[in-house]
Ligand binder design. Structure first.
Ligand SMILES: Cc1cc2nc3c(=O)[nH]c(=O)nc-3n(C[C@H](O)[C@H](O)[C@H](O)COP(=O)(O)OP(=O)(O)OC[C@H]3O[C@@H](n4cnc5c(N)ncnc54)[C@H](O)[C@@H]3O)c2cc1C
Length: 367
């Protein structure tokens, strides 16, 4: 019988790990507490508006990542975004042009990428892992399922490759298992406590990394507002840098509707700087929205322009300012692994490579 591995977290890292394990002949189940796959790659669709409220685009260098991305590009899952990207620095209100970089985005939204990576995998959304317990040399999980919980495959479902010899792992009450190895692809403050009982040294290792918050606001403009925004001479702009903050509460803004395959309109996404996100963390949505719209007006010299629709995402764990470079952490002795973007330089490419690294180590340990 093939070995069984459980992966906690169906962001890019967990999905990349799962695909590589399946290719290695391992039975994999992925659990995610979110309602959809993708974690911090998400596209919010509400009242006819769609916004990428997490990752904005992807870039890549490592051939293992770029090969997968280019295969997805040939299928139309991702496409080049040739938006004009500028940078605001210091107190200047005149953005400078930036060097051209190949940026790719999911089509018609960033979440197309995780959806494609999840195709055919046994992924269960709305399944929160509460505890991981050792069961002899194997593992049992305690899971809570949100009411809306569904058992995916989410898209393009294909049956498990070896249906004759395989029963999908089923929940008995709140317990799932047994599994031969467990991999947690979640931010360190979530992964650490989960593995503390089964791999205490891993738990201690990840405690050194932290993720910081970032608020993301999606805005639609119509009429006069749309005309004013349409006149801005860029489609995306960095605002300051970590070490050299600009005179603004924003860190990034983008004309979301300029990305390929999007519906027509004038839709923007703003990211608040870490300090502003922290300061506003518990404030009501209306107050946060007003503050960020104020920052946009000040930065762009936009007068009293007002959006016709807004939607806010409060990311508490958005990005690791000081990510690790090891890539992945797997203990052969306990058969427990942890990883994610924070272990591999940050960003989507790092998350993907961390997942591959975990899969390699799991396969070697089960071999
Ligand atoms: C606002 C914002 C903008 C960004 N912009 C970019 C960009 O332009 N380009 C770029 O490359 N990167 C960007 N990033 C970073 C990028 O999104 C991440 O690097 C990448 O998505 C991380 O993937 P991951 O799989 O490591 O983690 P995540 O995507 O965080 O996935 C972890 C998953 O674990 C699940 N989980 C956690 N605990 C449990 C539990 N107990 N039980 C079950 N499931 C659990 C979570 O629900 C989540 O789905 C951005 C991030 C943010 C927030």
């Amino acid at each position: 019988m093939s070995p069984r591995v459980i992966i906690v977290g169906a962001g890019v890292a967990g999905l990349a790990c799962a695909r590589a394990l399946e290719e290695g002949g391992v039975e994999v189940t992925l659990l995610d507490k979110g309602r959809a796959v993708g974690g911090r790659i998400t596209t919010r669709r509400r009242d006819g508006h769609a916004f990428d409220l997490g990752a904005q685009y992807l870039t890549g260098r490592d051939p293992r990542f770029t090969a997968r991305v280019h295969a997805l590009q040939r299928r139309g899952v991702v496409a080049r975004w040739d938006g004009r990207v500028a940078a605001f620095e210091g107190t200047s209100r005149a953005p400078r042009e930036t060097e051209p970089v190949e940026r790719l985005v999911g089509v018609p939204g960033m979440n197309a990428l995780p959806l494609a990576l999840a195709e055919g995998l046994d992924v269960r959304s709305s399944h929160r892992v509460e505890r991981i317990e050792a069961d002899g040399s194997r593992f049992q999980l305690e899971v809570s399922v949100a009411e809306a919980g569904v058992t995916l495959p989410p898209v393009g479902a294909r049956p498990p490759r070896d249906t004759a010899s395989r029963e999908p792992a089923t929940l008995e009450g709140s317990r799932l298992g047994p599994f031969d190895a467990v991999v947690v692809c979640a931010p360190p403050s979530q992964a650490g406590p989960l593995v503390a009982g089964v791999a205490p040294s891993l738990s201690a290792r990840v405690a050194s990394v932290s993720l910081v918050p970032c608020f993301a606001l999606g805005l639609s403009f119509e009429g006069h507002g749309a005309e004013v925004l349409a006149a801005l001479p860029f489609d995306g702009a960095f605002v300051g840098r970590d070490e050299e903050p600009a005179d603004s509460g924003l860190s990034w803004l983008a004309r979301d509707s300029s990305k390929p395959g999007r519906a027509p309109g004038e839709r923007w996404v703003l990211h608040a700087r870490e300090d502003l996100s922290r300061a506003l963390y518990d404030e009501p949505e209306a107050k946060v929205t007003a503050a960020l719209v104020g920052e946009l007006r000040a930065l762009g010299g936009l007068g009293d322009v007002a959006p016709s629709f807004t939607t806010l995402q409060r990311w508490g764990l958005a990005r690791a300012p000081r990510p690790l470079t090891e890539g992945a952490f797997f203990e052969r002795g306990t058969r427990v692994g942890v990883g994610g973007d924070w272990a591999s330089g940050g960003r989507i490419e790092g998350a993907y490579l961390s997942g591959l690294g975990l899969a390699e180590q799991v396969l070697a340990s089960l071999g």
